[in-house]
Ligand binder design. Structure first.
Ligand code: BG6
Ligand code: MG
Length: 219
């Protein structure tokens, strides 16, 4: 029976920070004079901050010099920080703590694998930082999802081969990254959007109690 490990995405799996990213990016779009909708915001899920700005500017059909882009990136993050520094444990998504308890009880280690450079701050805000065996965030990688780098570093931290790792993700780019890393993937959210995942659930409360036990037996 092989040992397994879990890698969790943060935004959209552990907390719903997409609404704060949306407000901060919308302020940038407003200042630049074009509309940025919730549907546009979907395109930024799982995507790095720099890539998000490129997508935003494409939506507005705007080209800016590098120095301007840097200014926008800085002010967007300042606005985003104003939201996330107010976060607390009440913003942990349903089913997360129960799932971590279940993994602890089974002796299955878990690490974070997030594109966010604010991951440590957010995990501290919600009081879950200490529970993770390791953190791989946007500061640790040079290539963004769908590149598998973030998850492969996660597997190294777990001291497990990639094939023994299971990734929980809410973004298409994240499911692709898990596939590129040859890991099992669990899509959290819309099943149609995340149809490439090996397993799908609307949220973590839907995960069957025996999910990991059965996985361990199967492998
Ligand atoms: C991902 C989010 O987790 O982190 C993206 O899904 C976000 O929407 C990315 O752009 C980078 O986040 P941050 O906190 O470094 O700006
Ligand atoms: Mg996510």
């Amino acid at each position: 029976m092989d040992k397994i490990g879990v890698i969790f995405d943060l935004d959209g799996v552990i907390v719903d920070t997409a609404k704060y990213h949306f407000l901060a990016w919308k302020k940038c779009a407003d200042a630049l004079g074009f509309e940025f909708t919730e549907a546009h915001n979907e395109l930024l899920k799982g995507v790095s901050r720099v890539r998000s700005l490129e997508i935003l500017l494409d939506i507005g059909q705007i080209t800016l010099p590098e120095a301007e882009k840097q200014k926008i990136l800085t002010s967007k993050n300042e606005d985003y920080l104003a939201y996330i520094t107010k976060m607390g444990a009440d913003e942990i998504l349903p089913g997360v703590e129960k799932l971590l308890d279940q993994l602890d009880a089974l002796g299955i280690k878990y690490v974070l694998g997030s594109a966010s450079k604010n991951a440590t701050l957010i995990l501290n805000q919600i009081g879950l930082y200490h529970r993770f065996f390791g953190i791989v965030d946007g500061n640790a990688v040079s290539k963004a999802k769908p590149d598998p780098e973030v998850f492969l570093i996660g597997a190294k931290k777990l001291k497990l081969p990639p094939e023994n790792c299971i990734v929980f993700e809410d973004a298409i780019a994240g499911i692709e990254a898990a596939k590129n890393a040859r890991m099992l993937s669990v899509g959290i959210g819309n099943k149609k959007t995340l149809s490439a995942a090996d397993y799908n659930f609307n949220d973590l409360t839907e995960l069957p109690a025996n999910f990991f036990k059965e996985l361990v037996v199967e492998r």
